[in-house]
Design a protein around this ligand. Structure first.
Ligand code: PHE
Length: 358
């Protein structure tokens, strides 16, 4: 009893307080989980704790003593609560780190002897095509996959009643109210011709790779989402001969000199004259198979001299400038290049197929 604080009135000794504090501190520090910490805090400060017992005893002493003793207890409570709060922050950080470690998925890990990731075959073929055209002095351009009716159809001189506009072939988007401003998924890369012409920078030597969408049922040579490469050349004195030579050059650059290409008269509203270009089917070597529908030829794409109406729609003078455009399916070219008999393999993601093209 020699140790009473601030006179006879104190209901506790400083040694007693020190003991309570040391015990609580040890329990809080030892708590190794959030529930354990809650329990330690309850033991130290809760209703049934020694600490609360002291608080209750304050009622039995004189008002003066009660004030200073209350202060001392209040400070002790604050110290213990601070201690518990900082321990709680530590435990929460540990728990968060453990949770993140458990959720962590290392997608970059390559185990020795395992297959490393690589570009998809269609991407590889697209890059080869880009290299061929960059070698001929073309720029690589891009355009949006979501287009308006104007860019995909109207500016390309595609009349309102053209079958290509029907919803049988086109994915329309419900983004805009009015018919004229209808949004859609581009059905070809030709709308990028319009974007390039609208820049007003002539001459143009550009190729445009990109994804296009059509409401086709997948089969050996069709996918509803596929890739095209568009070409656009606008300059002084460009002729159909330049177009034919360009097609021949890139087909031979990709396939070698032994393959044949041919142009067949065709109709596209945005070119005049227009043609389809075909190459020898590489699956059967030209003798006829399921992939080429027994014709020995595979249609790669369309081409022609840019229609004056397209130039006019974009403010380019057709008296001064002429040019050609072409567009073809990159996926189809890729199956020819690698002797793949069914294009659906590109989207099935069967690694036994994909890993052959690492
Ligand atoms: N856009 C046409 C198609 O997808 C191909 C094409 C491009 C034809 C350029 C002529 C000129 O079928």
């Amino acid at each position: 009893m020699t140790d009473r604080m601030a006179g006879e009135d104190q209901p506790f000794t400083s040694a007693e307080l020190g003991e309570i504090e040391a015990e609580a501190r040890a329990a809080i520090e030892a708590a190794s989980s959030l529930p354990a910490l809650d329990a330690a805090e309850r033991d130290a400060l809760g209703k049934r704790s020694r600490f609360s017992g002291l608080y209750r005893e304050l009622g039995r002493i004189s008002p003066d003593g009660r004030k200073s003793a209350g202060q001392v207890l209040h400070e002790l409570r604050r110290r213990l609560e601070d201690m518990a709060d900082s321990r709680r922050a530590e435990l929460e950080a540990v728990e968060r780190a453990e949770r993140m470690a458990a959720d962590h998925l290392d997608l970059s890990e390559v185990l020795p002897g395992e297959l490393a990731g690589h570009l998809h075959l269609v991407t590889e073929v697209r890059e080869q095509l880009e290299d061929v055209f960059v070698g001929m002095g073309y720029e690589i351009a891009e355009g949006p996959e979501v287009e308006t009716d104007w860019y995909n159809f109207q500016a390309l001189n595609i009349p309102l009643d053209h079958p290509a506009r029907s919803s049988v072939d086109t994915f329309f988007l419900e983004l805009a109210g009015s018919e004229d401003a209808r949004y859609l998924l581009r059905t070809h890369t030709s709308p990028v011709q319009i974007h390039l012409l609208e820049r007003g920078e002539l001459p143009i030597y550009a190729v445009v790779p990109g994804r296009v969408y059509r409401r086709d049922t997948p089969d050996a040579t069709h996918l509803p989402v596929f890739h095209q490469l568009e070409g656009l050349v606008i300059d002084h004195g460009i002729t159909f001969g330049d177009l034919a030579g360009t097609i021949d050059t890139f087909v031979h650059a990709i396939f070698g000199e032994q393959v044949s290409t041919r142009l067949r008269p065709a109709y596209f509203p945005f070119t005049e004259p227009s043609a389809e270009f075909e190459m020898t089917c590489q699956i059967c070597g030209g003798s006829g198979c399921r992939t080429c529908s027994m014709t020995g030829w595979i249609e790669l794409g369309g081409c022609g001299m840019v229609h004056p109406a397209v130039l006019e729609a974009t403010g380019v003078d057709p008296e001064e400038w002429t040019g050609f455009a072409f567009g073809f399916g990159v996926d189809r070219l890729a199956i020819m290049r690698h002797g793949i008999s069914d294009m659906r393999a590109f989207v099935e993601n069967d690694v036994r197929f994909l890993r052959q093209f690492a």
